[in-house]
Design a protein around this ligand. Structure first.
Ligand SMILES: NC(=O)c1ccc[n+]([C@@H]2O[C@H](COP(=O)([O-])OP(=O)(O)OC[C@H]3O[C@@H](n4cnc5c(N)ncnc54)[C@H](OP(=O)(O)O)[C@@H]3O)[C@@H](O)[C@H]2O)c1
Length: 259
């Protein structure tokens, strides 16, 4: 067996179909690109048409199979419609990545009903509803991969975690419940945990060089995260290689979380 064949048997996503929410920006875009380049047909889902189109154009130009679904995952109807439209492109997905997320950042004593509802809808309820829609089918077919993108704020209060941290803590619990439900049938459910990653989500914090340097200094690696840092971990969790890894949280954070 050549090393190429060996690596393909472990990690190739050839013939798989993936749906990546938030696949038009930041971590989701990097993950969508990684899964597509590893062989999966990838459907990226978000609201912004231009960013989605740019993502699909980049992947298609690279010889990948990619398509987009414009959708607002902030409502139940929006999530359900997005799921049907995504599944109609390349067929029912083998891999679901929930990277779409919002962080509205009001301090805890200023969290309005609207902020709470919007945060829970996108960060927690959409991953739950998409799991409900796709998980049982994956289980029936005997293979599936569900990957959530949580946050170190699921584990600690950090620059006013507020409702955001709550949603991410629950998202990690959701992964464990999904793992309990579907892992016996070949569907693994895991969570990637970023630390501080330089993406549009952190546009405001990223413009403060002192903050950026202070956050980098909190990691053992000595720098803040980049979206591409998630590529390898995502391919691993989406591939055959991770068949015995489920219900886990994998910190991709330069060790931000440990000290
Ligand atoms: N960057 C970090 O330091 C960091 C740290 C911890 C956790 N995370 C988590 O990592 C994930 C990705 O974040 P990122 O940093 O890559 O952020 P990002 O660049 O802002 O990407 C967020 C993505 O979610 C989509 N999205 C947001 N609201 C949506 C909605 N209502 N319906 C559909 N799509 C929606 C956005 O597209 P549209 O706006 O066009 O809809 C975009 O594609 C998030 O879950 C975030 O909480 C990030």
């Amino acid at each position: 067996m050549t090393s190429q064949n060996y690596l393909s048997a472990l990690f190739s996503l050839e013939g798989r179909v993936a749906v990546v929410t938030g696949g038009s920006s930041g971590i989701g875009r990097a993950v969508a690109g990684a899964l597509a380049r590893a062989g999966a047909g990838v459907v990226v889902v978000a609201r912004g048409e231009a960013e989605l189109a740019a993502t699909v154009a980049e992947l298609t130009a690279d010889g990948c199979r990619a398509a987009r679904v414009v959708a607002d995952l902030g409502t139940r109807a929006g999530v359900r419609e997005a799921a049907e439209r995504a599944a109609a492109v390349f067929g029912e997905p083998d891999i679901l990545v929930n990277s779409a997320g919002i962080n509205l950042r009001p301090p805890m004593d200023e969290v309005t009903d609207d902020v709470w509802d919007a945060t829970m809808a996108v960060n927690l309820e959409a991953p739950h509803l998409l799991g409900l829609r796709f998980g049982p089918g994956m289980a029936e077919r005997g293979f599936g991969r569900i990957i959530h993108v949580s946050s170190q704020q699921a584990h600690r209060a950090f620059v006013r975690s507020g409702a955001y941290g709550v949603s991410k803590g629950a998202l990690e619990s959701l992964a464990r419940s999904q793992a309990e439900a579907w892992s016996p049938h070949g569907v693994t459910c895991n969570t990637l945990v970023p630390g501080f990653v330089m993406t549009p989500l952190n546009a405001r914090l990223s413009t403060d060089p002192d903050q950026v340097a202070a956050l980098a200094a909190r990691t053992l690696i000595g720098r803040n995260g980049l979206a591409d840092d998630f590529a390898g971990a995502a391919v691993f969790l989406a591939s055959r290689a991770s068949a015995y890894v489920t219900g886990q949280t994998l910190f991709v954070d330069g060790e931000f979380s440990v000290h």
